[in-house]
Design a protein around this ligand. Structure first.
Ligand code: DP6
Length: 320
């Protein structure tokens, strides 16, 4: 009754921001993302009648504050009659800092838990369970370039391109590794209630998804760059115009954006996206990666640079 799974975070190009059903955690909009390769979370789940209560450790430390969300997810995958479990998670990148650590964590959790309790391993079913815990986690069940359709009653998730179909590179500039001030879940609920831009954000999302889908099909980097930056800035406009405002950027985030603009002016194939945190992610072609990484690494306030290609969806590592 023990299994180990690994999942990689994903970075949205067309963002999920808003919930149409808070209880079921259904997204108000569809989204599109890149599943990463070199950043990962490994999760071991063990169910046993000998375990007296659920227990979670993250990077070797007990993590009681994260336990209730994990318990709800385990109940959904394994059923409420399940045995108690120990859950051990290791992550090779900063947690709760806008780098999609919860996406990787819940994708790995549902994969390990379903195997440990011998339940269905159908990717879409697991994606729905992961999405109920954290909307973006549904996308990390799939690799490469992934679309999440918000659907009528349930989400649908599919891979638009496998990791090798279009070898994009992602350069992550970490500008502050600490925990974010407000969770994306709370912030998006606030945006729906208070931002005057929220309704037009939701209304225009399908148009951005159409453009991005066509760009992926045609491997049109410029088109994907333009719609992704536009969608990212629109999401942050909704955040900024929430009351109180939700501002995840810092000085270095803006400096990184200026650096990307300067590279674009020189004709480099690169664009940026930013999530619920101050880190900037630059997407580029392999031949531009070294230059982009060097330019972002030289920005004042950038603490670390991580580079990665596109990777697979969540995988089972061991089953015992
Ligand atoms: C800005 O998936 O973290 O990264 O469903 O409340 O857990 P919950 O939200 P979460 O939100 C991700 C928001 C985002 C954009 C995205 O990944 O699409």
């Amino acid at each position: 009754m023990r299994a180990i799974a690994q999942a990689q975070p994903n970075i949205a190009l067309i963002k999920y921001w808003g919930k149409r059903d808070i209880k079921r955690n259904l997204p108000a909009v569809g989204s599109m993302s890149l599943t990463l390769e070199s950043l990962w979370t490994k999760m071991t789940v063990r169910f046993s009648p000998e375990i007296e209560h659920d227990w979670l450790a993250v990077n070797g430390e007990t993590a009681d504050e994260m336990l209730p969300r994990v318990v709800r997810c385990l109940d959904q995958v394994a059923g409420k009659q399940r045995h108690f479990a120990t859950i051990e998670s290791y992550c090779n990148f900063p947690i709760a800092a806008g780098l999609a650590s919860s996406a990787a964590a819940f994708a790995a959790l549902v994969t390990a838990a379903s195997s440990a309790c011998r339940k269905s391993s159908d990717r879409l079913i697991l994606a729905r369970a992961a999405g109920a815990a954290s909307g973006s986690a549904a996308r990390s069940l799939f690799g490469g370039i992934v679309e999440l359709e918000s659907g009528d009653d349930e989400i649908n998730v599919l891979a638009l391109a496998e990791p090798d179909d279009w070898p994009l590179r992602v350069v992550v500039a970490v500008t502050a590794g600490g925990t974010k001030p407000v969770s994306s879940g709370d912030a998006m609920i606030l945006s729906e209630k208070t931002s005057p831009f929220y309704s037009s954000w939701v209304a225009n999302q399908e148009d951005d998804l159409d453009v991005a889908r066509c760009a992926v099909q045609a491997r049109n980097f410029e088109q994907l760059a333009a719609v992704s930056e536009h969608n990212c800035l629109k999401m942050h406009s909704v955040m900024w115009t929430s009351r109180p405002p939700v501002v995840y950027w810092n000085k270095a985030t803006l400096a990184c954006m200026e650096t990307i603009r300067a590279l674009q002016d020189e004709g480099q194939a690169v664009f940026f996206t930013i999530d619920a945190g101050p880190q900037l992610k630059a997407i580029c072609l392999p031949e531009n990666e070294a230059l982009v990484a060097a330019a972002l690494g030289a920005v004042d306030g950038v603490e670390t640079i991580m580079t990665t290609g596109l990777g697979p969806g969540a995988q089972l590592l061991d089953d015992a």
